[in-house]
Design a protein around this ligand. Structure first.
Ligand SMILES: [Zn+2]
Length: 437
């Protein structure tokens, strides 16, 4: 293929609008609650995890409003992480959106950059500008962790996703963490939805009501991210056993009994998702924390679930990285298992290229999609740039090797970035929310 044809294909692929299947972008008002500056941007990116992994104290990131004090700490650890994909992605966003010329943060550029960040967040159209005009993302599916009574997102940019963790983990979750839950408790959810937790039937009714309620406000999927708290293996448990466990004192349940009740609830949630026609996104693989049990996220744990729920549509987020072979194999075998590149290009563009190259050899092309997993619009921009480059590189290589032609490559890119998500999540039923710039 000629150089001109290369450039042409690269440009055409770059112009395809995207559906971001999964992100956590904080609302503009939420971001503005405290002053927005350069190090707050870094603190909200995954790059923070690499600084902590390199030995920087996690707690200093919580109090980064005093920039003069924070900069020397940042500068001390920056040389250890400035080569990582997380760090590079943040630099990419700062270069593309804030005019950074250098490849790192320096004594000479951090203050002027920080002022530009602060000014950008005074713009009311900042999110619209970055997401629509710069990243060319049509709509993002937003996991806001939990917000039962408010949806603090712009419906022209985002659709809410129901994170089912508290529904599945229930009272045990609160008990286990002695009240220090990361999410809204099941009791608070019951209050917001007028539910009754006194009986097991009441609990099940509440779960059904919540899923239906989210669907009614436009949620196109249910997300299960319980690998952060426990293994992904959800074994069959009878309703009678679950009811018996539910009425027992939560404090008296053994870890095995807690797990069995959660197993039942996960399967119950999946059953409701089938009834409501909602796909189930599942966090698989590595965690966005500096400590956890890696193997809990192995997608192979889900195998029995795929056999038991042929009518559910499961999406394996993050390709199960580092359990990539397992995720791809499951998506190849099961008609109801899909894979999502979400987060992978941010974790490592090298891994993303390898994953997609292998996946296109093995898996039907209507089962692959992309998402950012970003916490702020700067990361959506970086993730979108990286994903476009990854997909373009992989497809160009396949054309070079004679495995497909340009037309096929274009169709595949459109499917990964747009069409597959539109179809799977039935976003076209509400085109008003997702079309047009
Ligand atoms: Zn996520």
């Amino acid at each position: 293929m000629s150089k001109a044809a290369h450039m042409n294909l690269r440009a055409v692929l770059s112009a395809i609008p995207m559906i971001d299947t999964h992100s956590h972008v904080m609302g503009l008002q939420e971001m503005r609650r405290n002053s927005v500056n350069l190090f707050k941007i870094f603190g909200n990116t995954y790059a923070r995890l690499d600084f902590i992994s390199a030995g920087m104290s996690a707690s200093v990131w919580e109090f980064n409003d005093n920039l003069e004090n924070f900069w020397p700490l940042f500068k001390e650890y920056q040389p250890f992480v400035q080569h990582t994909a997380y760090y590079r992605a943040t630099i990419r966003a700062l270069q593309g959106l804030y005019g950074l010329k250098e490849e790192t943060i320096t004594d000479d550029n951090w203050q002027v950059l920080s002022e530009r960040v602060t000014r950008a967040y005074q713009r009311n159209d900042w999110y619209h500008y970055v997401l629509k005009e710069r990243a060319n993302v049509n709509v993002g599916m937003l996991d806001m962790f939990w917000s039962v009574d408010y949806f603090c997102h712009d419906p022209s940019l985002f659709r809410p996703i129901l994170r089912a963790n508290p529904l599945i983990l229930g009272r045990q979750y609160i008990y286990k963490f002695k009240g220090k839950a990361h999410y809204t408790s099941i009791e608070e959810i019951a209050q917001a939805f007028d539910g009754n937790l006194k009986t097991f039937e009441g609990y099940l009714d509440l779960v059904r009501t919540v899923i239906k309620g989210y669907k009614a406000v436009g949620s196109p999927a249910v997300k299960i991210a319980t690998a952060y708290e426990r293994t992904l293996e959800f074994l069959p448990v009878s309703r009678d056993e679950a009811a018996h466990l539910y009425v027992s004192e939560p404090q008296r349940l053994t870890p095995e009994e807690e797990r069995r009740l959660q197993d039942f609830m996960a399967r119950f949630v999946i059953g409701i998702a089938i009834e409501e026609g909602l796909p189930v996104q599942i966090h698989t693989g590595i965690f966005a924390r500096n400590a956890n049990i890696l193997s809990n996220g192995n997608p192979e744990h889900l195998n029995q679930l795929f056999l038991d729920f042929p009518d559910a549509r499961f999406v394996l987020l993050h390709f199960g990285f580092p359990y990539i072979g397992q995720a791809i194999s499951l998506a190849k075998m099961f008609p109801n298992v899909f894979v999502d590149l979400v987060w992978v290009p941010l974790l490592s563009p090298t891994v993303a290229r390898q994953v997609l190259d292998e996946c296109l050899d093995l898996v039907a092309v209507n089962k692959i999609m992309w998402g950012s997993d970003a916490y702020q619009v700067e990361d959506v921009y970086a993730a979108a740039c990286l994903a476009r480059e990854v997909v373009t590189d992989v497809l160009l290589n396949k054309i070079e090797r004679g495995e497909m032609n340009e037309e096929q490559a274009l169709t595949i890119a459109q499917r990964i970035f747009y069409q597959n998500a539109m179809s799977l999540f039935r976003l076209n039923q509400d085109t008003k929310m997702v079309t047009g710039k």
